[in-house]
Design a protein around this ligand. Sequence first.
Ligand code: SAH
Ligand code: SF4
Ligand code: F3S
Length: 473
Amino acid sequence: MERNNNVSAEQLARQQEFMKKIREINDEYFNRTGKKKSMFITTFGCQMNAHDSEKLLGMLKEMGYEEAQEEKDADFVIYNTCCVRENAENKVYGNLGYLKHQKRENPEMKIAICGCMMQQESVLQTIKEKYKHVDMVFGTFNLYKLPEIMYINIETKAPVFDIWKEHKEIVEDLPTIRHFKYKASVNIMFGCNNFCSYCIVPYVRGRERSRCPEDILNEIRELAKDGVKEITLLGQNVNSYGLGLGEDITFAKLLRMVNEIDGIERIRFMTSHPKDLSDELIYAMRDCKKVCNHIHLPFQAGNNDILKAMNRKYTKEQYLELVEKIKKEIPDISLTTDIIVGFPGETSSQVDDTIDVIKKARFNGAFTFIYSKRTGTPAAEMKNQVDEKEAKENFNRVLDALNPIIYELNCQKVGKTYKVLADDVSNGDKEYITGRLEDNSLVHFKGDSSMIGQIFDVKITDCKTFYLIGERV
Ligand code: SAH
Ligand code: SF4
Ligand code: F3S
C-alpha cells in the first residue's frame, strides 16, 4: 500500500547522517576528556509531549549523550513546552530566566526549546528578543530534525530557529527511549480539527493526521516482544482516528486489532471527544478483554449556551445520554473528565449546570481548570471575560461537588480485590509501591522495586479521595 503520508526514507536517512556526525564529535570529546556529554530534558504538558520527549531522548542517546542527574550539570538542556494554559508558559519563561545564570557559569551549555509553545509567532519573538542565551528553537512538526538543527548550530556557532507552520507527513521509526519498560505510549494520530473556541492545540499541532494501522500494529507487536504489557494509544481525539486514510478503518476496529496482539495485557487510550464517540466504540470496549474499563471523556461545561460558545458540538443532555449508554454496556466503567470554569460569559448559574452534570454522571476523577485566555483563539476575542475572583469561587464550588463523589466511588472498592499493575516505589513511604487498577485508580500497597511491571491481586483496605490503600492477596 502507498504510504504517502509518511516522511520519506531519505529524510530519515539524512537525520541518521547528522546523528552519526554528532556522535563522532562526542566520541572525540570523550577520548580527549574522559567525560561523556550529558543532557537533561524537561517536559511540560500532556502525554503527547511526554511521548515526544521519549523520541528526543532516543535521538540524543544515539548521538552519544548520557542523562545528567541535574539540569545545571548538563551540556545539553531541552525544554519541551506546552501552551494550553498561561501558567504552563510562565513556568517555561521562569526556567529560562534561571538557565541564563547557569549558562554564565557553564558557557558550553547548549539550550534548546521545542514543543507547542514555540509554534506561536509571539513566543518566538519574545525568545529572540529577551532570551538570547537560547541556542536552538524548533516546533512540533519538525522534532525529527533535532540532529540536523544541532549540527547547524555547531557549524555556524549561531542560534538556529526552525519552526514549521504545518506539516502533513508523519515520521515513523524514530529511535525512542521509553520511560517505562513494561508500559508504553503509541501515537495513533496527530493534530486536532475540532477548534474548541478556547483551545490553542489545533493551532500548534496542526490538522488531524492518522498513522497507518499497520505501522501502529507493528510498533505494538515490537513493544510486546520487548516486554511491554500496557499500551496507551494517544491522540487529541482518538474517536476520529482513520478519517482521511482512505481505508476501511475506525478507532473501534483498531482497538479490536490491538486486542489480538499477544503479550499486551492492558490497552488504554486518550482522549475521546463526546461528539464522536460511536456505539461501535462502546461495543469494542465492552467486547475486548484487554481494553481497560476506563474512559476519559471531557465535558468541559454543563450549560448549553456555554457549550455552544465553546464549539463543543454536543448538549448537556446528549452528554448525559452518552454516559448512560456507556454505563449500561460497561457497568464497571470508570469515567473521568476535564472541566473548564470561567469561560467568557459563564455566570454562576451556568456553573450550576456543570455541577448538575457532575452529580448525574458521577465521575471517578476529573481535571478541573480555570479558563485561561489564549491569544489567537476565538474565545480570547470575546468581550465578556469573567472576573478572576468569580471564576475562582465557582471553581471551588465545582471541586466541592466533585470530591465527595470521587471519594464515595473510591470507597466502594474497599474489601474487593483487583488486578494491579505495579508502577513505582511510593514517594512518601519506601516500603510501599504504587500501582494502577484496570480502571486507572491509584493504589498504594506494601512491596518493593522488584515488583515493578508485574500484575498482582490486591485487596483494597482503605480509601482516600485521590488514592486507595491495599494489600497483596
Ligand atoms: N484533546 C483533548 C484535550 C486536550 S487539552 C480533549 O479535547 O479532550 C486538555 C484539557 O485542557 C482540555 O480538555 C481542557 O479542559 C483544558 N483546556 C484547554 N484549553 C484551555 C484553556 N484555554 N483554559 C483552560 N483549560 C483549557
Ligand atoms: Fe483542544 Fe478541543 Fe482539540 Fe481537545 S478537541 S485538543 S480541547 S480543540
Ligand atoms: Fe499537549 Fe500542551 Fe501541546 S496539552 S498538545 S503539550 S499545548
